[in-house]
Design a protein. Structure first.
Length: 462
């Protein structure tokens, strides 16, 4: 008797496919509610027991109650944090990855999947101007990508740099760096040395000044620049920082988790000048490259340095190692290649494939246009805000994040407004802090977020 769990059940499959079809065809995706409407946990009591439940009833519980208690970050009205906007092609191919149990751990097991992922990494490396030997892998998110890259920075510095002080190694960061950078440094036992920003931007001059004047400078091994800060979309002076890093043999890491997608936009490309100097660079396709969760691209200028640090040795893994050409300096990402060697993971989902399929199907021009559309929406929204009495634009957006103030509002006013806006399903917008003051923040990412939606949201501010 075959075990029914492993037998295709046409009825259950149709139920699930029908739901997927309905969800995929929602246009636009409604916002729905998060935890603000009370907990749905009570509905789950008694659901799981020794006997299974009817799939239709369980799916209904999910669709009617659980899914409705999740704010849809792929709604064009989701303008908080960093939204998502996966293409339909990418979502569909994510189902293929799931239904095929596609993993992408090693060349031996998954050469086809790895070759496709590497094609996307190559494209991203070319956009950044990294050399032909650059390569890396996809990981689950920017946090893991930053951590994986900074481990390589630390271990490479251990033999690259003679640190006269011999104290704890330090990484130069600005206060605008993403929280995951501080967390990564804490995990790997590396300290931070803060570089003051100029109008929230880290510059090469400020870095050079810290290195010249701080008594701890001898212990600095790396610098982390941000290509699109999460709070305001500010791109650091990558050319200046990269050049200082080169001169001092510091590892130059560029965190483009959110903003790196701007490389696709000719109108914004100049802001990223200097990114080609990066020793490591990350960008999250699950943010502004229109891929589903979870996906971050991690690229190294010299993948063999990452491999020396991340490769896992175990006797059961030896079969993966036979004649791996990446062992040689010439090994590029077109050759036999194990993604497990380039980050802190081993087993991994082939999470670069949804982006691969979507890019292949739509072409890179469509990505350029989608990113440009979002940049234009941000610019035009900023102009609309600047022209409204009672509102004050905090700064011109560099990428797609717009900060603004409502005259006389306190944090409590913003929070109450934000909750009412979500309750009315007009938008999900949260406040942030800017120079010590509460301000409203619009994070644009979905090409279907229209100026009409923005106007409707602004109208609710009175
Ligand atoms: C979002 C973000 C991260 C973290 O990425 P996750 O995918 O959420 O782990 C890191 N850096 C920046 C600049 C980000 O915007």
């Amino acid at each position: 008797m075959p075990n029914p769990m492993f037998v295709y059940d046409e009825k259950m499959a149709e139920l699930v496919f029908d739901y997927c079809r309905r969800r995929l065809s929602l246009e636009p995706v409604p916002l729905d509610y998060g935890g603000t409407r009370g907990s749905p946990a009570g509905l789950l009591t008694d659901l799981m027991g020794p006997e299974g439940a009817d799939p239709a009833a369980v799916l209904e519980l999910f669709t009617d109650h659980l899914a409705a208690a999740v704010i849809s970050c792929d709604s064009p009205r989701f303008l908080s944090f960093i939204p998502a906007a996966p293409t339909k092609a990418a979502l569909l191919f994510d189902m293929v990855v799931s239904c095929s149990s596609l993993q992408g751990t090693s060349w031996l097991e998954a050469a086809g999947a790895v070759a496709a992922e590497n094609q996307v990494l190559r494209l991203l490396a070319d956009l950044a101007g990294l050399p032909p030997r650059a390569g890396g892998c996809f990981v689950s998110g920017g946090s893991i990508a930053n951590l994986s890259a900074l481990i390589v920075a630390r271990d490479t510095a251990a033999y690259r740099r003679d640190r006269p002080g011999g104290g704890m190694p330090l990484v130069a960061v600005s206060e605008e760096a993403h929280a995951s950078v501080g967390k990564a440094l804490h995990i790997i036992g590396v300290g931070a040395i803060e570089v003051p920003t100029e109008d929230h931007r880290m510059t090469g001059a400020a870095l050079a000044s810290v290195l010249a004047n701080d008594p701890r400078a001898g212990d600095v091994i790396a610098v982390v620049a941000t290509a699109g800060t999460t709070n305001a979309g500010v791109v650091d002076d990558l050319a200046g920082i990269g050049s200082v890093a080169r001169d001092r043999a510091l590892w130059f890491h560029v965190d483009g988790a959110y903003g790196g997608a701007g490389l696709f936009a000719p109108s914004a490309r100049w802001r990223f000048e200097g990114i080609e100097l990066a020793d490591s660079f990350i960008v999250d396709p699950h943010k502004w490259l229109f891929a589903p969760f979870d996906s971050a691209a991690l690229l190294y200028r010299e993948p063999r340095l990452a491999k020396a640090v991340h490769e896992q040795h175990a006797s059961y893994l030896e079969a993966l190692r036979t004649g791996d050409p990446a062992d040689e300096d010439t090994g590029g990402i077109d050759e036999e290649y194990n993604p497990s060697d380039y980050a802190i993971h081993l087993t991994r989902r082939a999470r670069g494939l949804p982006l691969w399929f979507s890019l292949a199907v739509h072409g890179t021009d469509a990505y350029r246009d989608a990113v440009e559309t979002v940049l234009a929406t941000a610019r035009e929204s900023a102009a609309m805000i600047a022209g409204r009495p009672g509102l004050r634009l905090v700064r011109e957006p560099e990428l797609s994040i717009v900060l603004f103030e409502r005259e006389g509002w306190s944090r409590a006013d913003y929070d109450a407004w934000s909750a009412a806006l979500l309750a009315s399903q007009q938008g999900f917008v949260t406040a942030t802090t800017w120079e010590g003051r509460p301000v409203a923040r619009l994070a644009f990412l979905h090409p279907h977020t229209t100026l009409d939606i923005v106007r409707e949201i602004l109208d609710t501010m009175g």
